[in-house]
Design a protein around this ligand. Structure first.
Ligand code: CTP
Ligand code: CA
Length: 230
């Protein structure tokens, strides 16, 4: 049983991390997006790299710079992120879905800029659901492959957060779910984070607070523990 979080302890481990927030195009100049900065995902990639892992970062509109030494694949929209992570997962021991994936996309993408004079006083957008990438990865996982999801929830309490997290973990079918509370001010764009790591079945296997880098190391400890134990 190797000690956690020492330089090189993840050498030989291939980790794919999605980070940032997808943007769903409406027309050539507009999109529907979200407030994810990509900081926690990039912190995970940086920590994994420092510990010797081989890292592929699937990047969707990051607000932060990416360290040298990893493979970066740009994935601006949910559809592109789906294809990129599905492809990269074939060669991965661990896949971490830290990206905020848009649940819906515009049913139609206009080739030309939408003009007010063509629309009038009211504009109704029709959106269609995107595929659940995490659930797809979990359903297709190889033996021993670890699939990790993230859930940022506007829970009223820690108990509430835990029950929402457990239900989501079950629904996704993944091995771990990292949950944190968000609000208008908490979570996004900050340099700190506070998370619970739930394992398959719903037990809390780790709790971490601090800088997104410190939290990243604790998450990596938790999700690579099955591989260390074997
Ligand atoms: N996710 C995904 N594909 C989607 C939506 C989400 O892979 N179409 C992933 C996210 O990257 C994250 C996890 O699923 O790792 C949980 O995302 P979340 O938005 O919390 O879950 P949803 O199933 O979309 O539920 P909700 O209705 O609460 O948004
Ligand atoms: Ca969602």
């Amino acid at each position: 049983h190797a000690a956690a979080s020492t330089p090189g302890d993840l050498s030989g481990t291939r980790i794919v991390i999605t980070a940032g927030g997808t943007r769903e195009p409406l027309d050539p100049v507009r999109f529907i997006g979200n407030r994810s900065s990509g900081k926690q995902g990039v912190a995970l990639a940086t920590a994994a790299l420092r510990r010797g892992a081989t890292v592929t970062l699937i990047a969707s509109h990051l607000d932060v710079p990416v360290p040298a030494g990893l493979t970066v694949v740009d994935a601006p929209s949910a559809a592109e992120l789906h294809d990129a992570v599905t492809d990269a997962a074939e060669e991965a021991d661990v896949v971490i879905m830290a990206a905020a994936v848009s649940d819906y996309r515009p049913a139609e993408v206009q080739d030309a800029k939408i003009k007010k004079e063509d629309v009038g006083d009211e504009l109704t957008l029709r959106l269609v659901k995107n595929p659940d990438i995490l659930a797809g990865l979990a359903a297709a996982a190889r033996d021993g492959q670890v699939i990790v999801g993230f859930a940022a929830e506007t829970a009223r309490s820690d108990d509430d957060l835990l029950s929402i997290g457990r239900a989501k973990l079950e629904r996704k079918g993944c091995d771990f779910l990292v949950v944190n509370r968000v609000g208008w001010t908490e979570g996004f764009a900050l340099d700190t984070n506070s998370v619970l790591v739930l394992e398959r079945g719903g037990n809390v296997t780790a709790e971490a607070s601090g800088t997104k880098f410190a939290v990243a190391d604790r998450i990596l400890d938790a999700v690579t523990a099955p591989a260390r134990a074997s």
